[in-house]
Every structure is written in structure tokens, then in C-alpha cells.
Design a protein. Structure first.
Length: 152
């Protein structure tokens, strides 16, 4: 198996700045992101946002650990992260937020993962599709549910 690329887009009934703020609160994301089991902040930026974190994730076929470096350069249009070390060979991810209207945002969650040889052997056939959907749809739908529930 080679590189696994997957993304999922949802429309959220909330302003882009609000959606970005929820996604950028990385330590709180296990509450709404089903694949993310734990997040431990190692380093924060001058605004208090997590920029270096240790995570454990459920990749369906195996629990994985990653050390991720976050970038918020595109605020509020998006954010990105890259794996510095972990159980997969490489991992990059991002959120992109597009304002559709004053109170409506399109949120796209994208992952690009090289699972490496051992984990890649487990991600064959229909399992690959289930893993892609679980990781991306779960994050996007989780963000949507969390943001919209907070609106009341």
C-alpha cells in the first residue's frame, strides 16, 4: 500500500471564525473527534494554542501514537499539521474553512498518510475505505455536531 489520501467536507451553521476557534482548540478535540483518543500539549504558542502535541489515535486496525506540529498561519481560513515522529511513516493533515454565508461555513478535513509497510499490510481492500471514512468523516461530522450544538 502506498500513500493514503482522504478528505471530507461538511457545511456548518456557524461563522467561519467560530468554526476555526473550535478546531484550533486542539487539546479539546478528543471530545468531538472520534479517532482521537488523547492529546497532550507539549508546547504552546504566544496565544496559548497548542503547536506541539502528543496524540494517540484509533486508526481502526491499530491504535497509533504521533507527535504533531501545528501551524495556524491561515487563520481563520485553515490550519495544518505534520507528524514529527510516530507509528506511521508520515502524516500531514489540514482543516480548510470557506465562508459560504455570514453564518455558514464549509469545513474540509484532509489527511495524507504513509502508513509504512507493517500498518500498510493491514490497510488493504475494503478496510482501507473504512479507515479513510472513519478518520475524515468522523472528524468533519464531529466538528459540525460540536459547533452546532454549542450554538444552542
Amino acid at each position: 500500500m502506498g500513500i493514503l489520501t482522504a478528505s471530507w467536507t461538511v457545511e456548518i451553521e456557524a461563522p467561519r471564525e467560530r468554526v476555526f476557534a473550535v478546531a484550533a482548540d486542539v487539546p479539546a478535540s478528543p471530545a468531538w473527534q472520534p479517532a482521537l483518543a488523547t492529546v497532550e500539549t507539549v508546547e504552546s504558542d504566544e496565544r496559548g494554542r497548542a503547536v506541539l502535541v502528543d496524540t494517540t489515535s484509533d486508526a481502526v486496525v491499530k491504535k497509533t501514537r504521533q507527535r504533531l506540529r501545528f501551524s495556524y498561519e491561515d487563520e481563520p481560513a485553515g490550519m495544518s499539521w505534520t507528524q514529527l515522529s510516530g507509528d506511521v511513516k508520515s502524516l500531514e493533515g489540514s482543516w480548510a474553512f470557506a465562508e459560504l454565508a455570514a453564518e455558514r461555513t464549509a469545513a474540509t478535513f484532509e489527511l495524507i498518510v504513509d502508513p509504512g509497510r507493517m500498518l500498510g499490510m493491514l490497510l488493504r481492500g475494503p478496510v482501507e475505505g473504512r479507515v479513510k471514512e472513519f478518520l475524515t468523516k468522523g472528524a468533519a461530522e464531529g466538528l459540525k455536531g460540536h459547533v452546532e450544538a454549542a450554538r444552542g
